[in-house]
Design a protein around this ligand. Sequence first.
Ligand SMILES: Nc1ncnc2c1ncn2[C@@H]1O[C@H](COP(=O)(O)OP(=O)(O)OP(=O)(O)O)[C@@H](O)[C@H]1O
Length: 320
Amino acid sequence: MIDVSGLRKVYRDRGREVVALGGVDLHVRQGEIFGVLGQSGAGKSTLLRCVNLLERPTAGTVSVAGRELTALGEADLRRARQRIGMIHQHFALLSSRTVAGNVAFPLEVMDVGRAERARRVAELLELVGLAGKAGAYPAQLSGGQKQRVGIARALAGNPSVLLSDEATSALDPGTTQSILALLKNLNRELGLTILLITHEMHVVKGICDSVAVMRDGLIEESGGIAELIARPGSRLAAELFPLPDPEPGSVTVTFTGRADEPVISEVVRKFDVDVSILGGALEEVAGVSAGRLRVRLTGGERAAALDYLTGRGLLVEEAA
Ligand SMILES: Nc1ncnc2c1ncn2[C@@H]1O[C@H](COP(=O)(O)OP(=O)(O)OP(=O)(O)O)[C@@H](O)[C@H]1O
């Protein structure tokens, strides 16, 4: 649905070149929620703004829903952008317009007639749970309600893709959860593809199917969440399950979706090893439980026990 290839963006800042994107490839499948995770300055906002060409890339191509945006002239690009919604950290609402007026704004730009506009605004406000707030002004709304208006406005043009620029970063934890739940619902019910950028792991954990980890203008790793966690040396796994540096001889076992299988008691029984637990963490990620356990295995048939764990589909990493 979104294909980004060889994307570079170089800013010129007081005679100096800043490489914000150093050659980024990204593939977001139709109907998925894809998170781009990274620290401040990693290049996330630049990447998002290049996807709808608010920012012109220095090099590379961007295609959305089968159209190469980087090949379009301004008029075609404006039309293509109507099918790409965007929501912002600080909502970007017009303070002089009511909730209904804000949601109607893109429909006015698209020349949608008055009656159809009113019907569509009512439908969108219902969809985001704000049916009773049509006449309120942004200053009279909570942060979560403002973001719901932002989401309704972003959906006005029936987009196939929604871009989210740190949409929950200005919200408290409870409100964040309700906005994430709304985004997940829209993704499921409308088949909306969502590309979101965030510096918050709990956003990724809560709703993303796939993730790319960015640093210094490059993607360090990307893929389905369960697949990434199971990849040796995964940065995502290290951030999700922070454990101290491994002691020599210790073993780190990473698992997804099998927390209730008694594998540890099995290896103790089958291979006569002693298992000491040194640390561990368990999380619900993308709807499945996943975790990391740091253990020391001694005695018995240690090597066979490790092979058995690998054979059961667990990632087994032994510290030298
Ligand atoms: N208009 C600009 N002019 C010059 N440099 C810029 C401009 N916009 C961004 N940069 C630089 O590009 C790099 C990437 O910035 P970007 O805002 O994309 O990162 P980010 O990961 O979104 O960070 P944050 O979460 O803090 O917004 C940074 O070094 C930033 O200083």
